[in-house]
Ligand binder design. Structure first.
Ligand SMILES: Cc1cc2nc3c(=O)[nH]c(=O)nc-3n(C[C@H](O)[C@H](O)[C@H](O)COP(=O)(O)O)c2cc1C
Length: 162
């Protein structure tokens, strides 16, 4: 019996996720989307994965440029997360008018205020359903200040110790 996609979404909404903006650049055009489907793959070699909807310009830019960056958002960044999720109508380059974005060594935009940032080179791209799973070999790690922004049940949260 196939599982109803609405039920799947409702179940996944209860999984708290660290909020990131995954970015790419190709031919001088920057692209980025808000993404929680990011996780560690292996420490040897250091690698992570990001699941990106194939309909997005970010997916196309990662495929074309062969690189992407993962920018963990600091906890006051709810509005920036919504902007990069398409809220308010900003798209493509326009999204980058908010936030302190700088190019990494390969021209991929990285967020200066990110508590953690990774630059990656695509080692594998696996198409599955509506998304592409990009496995990225990490070429640079940036450690900053601040705590991660968390998303759960369609709301943003900040971490607090028990
Ligand atoms: C909290 C949150 C997490 C999201 N996680 C992902 C994700 O992991 N992968 C993905 O492809 N889209 C994810 N999305 C949806 C994309 O951000 C959204 O479809 C995209 O930004 C649309 O960009 P566009 O209007 O430029 O195409 C998420 C949205 C939100 C609000």
């Amino acid at each position: 019996m196939p599982v109803d996609p609405g039920l799947f979404r409702a179940a996944m909404a209860r999984f708290p996720g660290a909020v990131t903006i995954v970015t790419a650049s190709h031919g001088g055009a920057r692209r980025g989307i808000t993404a929680t489907a990011v996780c560690s793959v292996t420490a040897d070699p250091p690698s992570l994965l990001a699941c990106i909807n194939r309909k997005t310009g970010t997916c196309a830019a990662i495929r074309a440029g062969g690189r992407f960056a993962v920018n963990l958002l600091p906890d006051p960044s709810g509005p920036l997360a919504m902007r990069f999720a398409g809220a308010g109508g900003a798209s493509g380059e326009e999204k980058f008018t908010e936030g302190d974005w700088r190019p990494d060594a390969f021209g991929v935009p990285v967020l200066a205020s990110a508590p953690v940032g990774f630059s990656c080179e695509v080692s594998e791209a696996i198409d599955t359903g509506s998304h592409t799973i990009f496995i990225g070999r990490i070429t640079e790690v940036r450690l900053g200040e601040g705590a991660a922004l968390i998303y759960e049940q369609s709301r943003f949260h900040r971490l607090s110790p028990l």
